[in-house]
Write a protein that binds this ligand. Structure first.
Ligand SMILES: Cc1cc2nc3c(=O)[nH]c(=O)nc-3n(C[C@H](O)[C@H](O)[C@H](O)COP(=O)(O)O)c2cc1C
Length: 321
């Protein structure tokens, strides 16, 4: 059975239920536009600090900007107090976001020390108040992204889903790994299935999805959609491949040369968006994902990370192919 379908989140309907996961340092505007071209139903932006927005941090302000080519887009915010979360949600809406998502799954120490991210799973009352504050401040749907657990001793997926629903969230994304596991290990799909059974809001499953089979494992539990993170980084057309495979069509397979062309186009977009220095720097962060199946990958990567100009990168890539 083909479990791909439009995804309804509150009053908003996305064309399909394959979502690009929010990834700090990666899912910026140029990459989000690329993933929409690659078939994503919704693209999620890197998390933005509600606190930094409140204090007028220009970098955070820019991260909230929405390009007209990147709809449907979900803007993710993180924070620890109701007032700044409400303000940030409103700013995301004013910038043109289709959905605003609250992060309660990030295990990064600096963020947890400030009372945000996955530590919110320990304080359900506070998390509920943050969601309610965001919901009150906007007319677009508010969603929650969290984990199935903090550690291996507990399962919080169902509790989190019920909490999100009662606080007024329109959907919940569950990363099917405990916070202590950060991004490694097999996803616990059963924990996500428990949450699906217990709430009426859409549950989006995430963690370890790399192809149609792994997407299908989540969708079979009744998940309304699936969210793909790292598997999309060097392969933004994964969304189209999964759709094709589920429809019984041969999936798009990109040759290393085609991937090089897509990467080069992304680097050019990054440079147009950020300027050459920052654009090339940002492109470098994901080089490992893109260059891994180029001929002489290790050597090419070694040379690539030393280049600062797009023209030199073009020359290198064209020599390789
Ligand atoms: C580099 C990186 C940055 C991430 N940044 C965020 C973030 O800003 N917000 C968030 O909710 N999750 C973030 N995540 C987690 C992803 O959204 C996703 O939950 C995780 O990678 C599991 O999905 P995957 O196995 O498909 O990669 C990040 C993950 C990675 C690898």
């Amino acid at each position: 059975m083909n479990l791909l379908r439009p995804l309804r989140i509150g009053a908003f309907t996305a064309p399909n239920n394959l979502l690009l996961a929010p990834m700090a340092g990666i899912t910026d505007t140029p990459f989000r536009i690329l993933c929409l071209k690659g078939g994503a139903g919704i693209v999620c932006a890197e998390m933005v600090s509600a606190h930094a927005l409140h204090y007028g941090n220009p970098k955070s302000g820019r991260m909230l900007q929405v390009n007209k080519k990147e709809h449907p887009v979900s803007m993710q915010i993180f924070g620890a107090d109701e007032e700044t979360i409400a303000q940030a949600a409103k700013s995301a809406q004013d910038q043109g976001a289709d959905i605003v998502d609250i992060n309660a799954g990030c295990p990064v120490k600096k963020i947890n020390k400030a009372g945000a991210g996955c530590v919110l799973m320990k304080d359900e009352a506070k998390l509920g108040r943050l969601i309610e504050a965001a919901v009150k401040s906007v007319s677009i749907p508010v969603t929650l992204k969290t984990r199935i657990a903090l550690n291996h001793r507990e399962r919080l997926a169902l509790r989190m889903a019920k909490l999100a629903e009662s606080a007024g969230a329109s959907a919940i994304t569950l990363h099917a790994r405990a916070a202590v596991d950060v991004h490694t290990g097999a996803p616990d799909i059963e924990a996500v299935a428990e949450a699906v059974q217990g709430v009426k809001i859409p549950v989006i499953g995430n963690g370890g999805i790399t192809n149609a089979q792994t997407a299908q494992q989540f969708l079979k539990t009744g998940c309304a959609g699936v969210m793909i993170g790292r598997a999309a980084v060097g392969n933004p057309f994964i969304f189209q491949s999964i759709q094709d495979e589920m429809a019984g069509l041969p999936p798009v397979v990109l040759t290393p040369q085609k991937r090089m062309e897509i990467y080069l186009a992304l680097i050019r977009e990054n440079v147009a968006y950020y300027g050459e220095k920052i654009g090339v720097n940002r492109s470098r962060k994901t080089a490992g994902y893109w260059i891994n199946n180029f001929p002489n990958a290790a050597e090419v990567r070694g040379q690539f990370v030393r280049l600062a100009k797009v023209s030199d990168i073009e020359k290198l890539f064209h020599t390789v192919f």
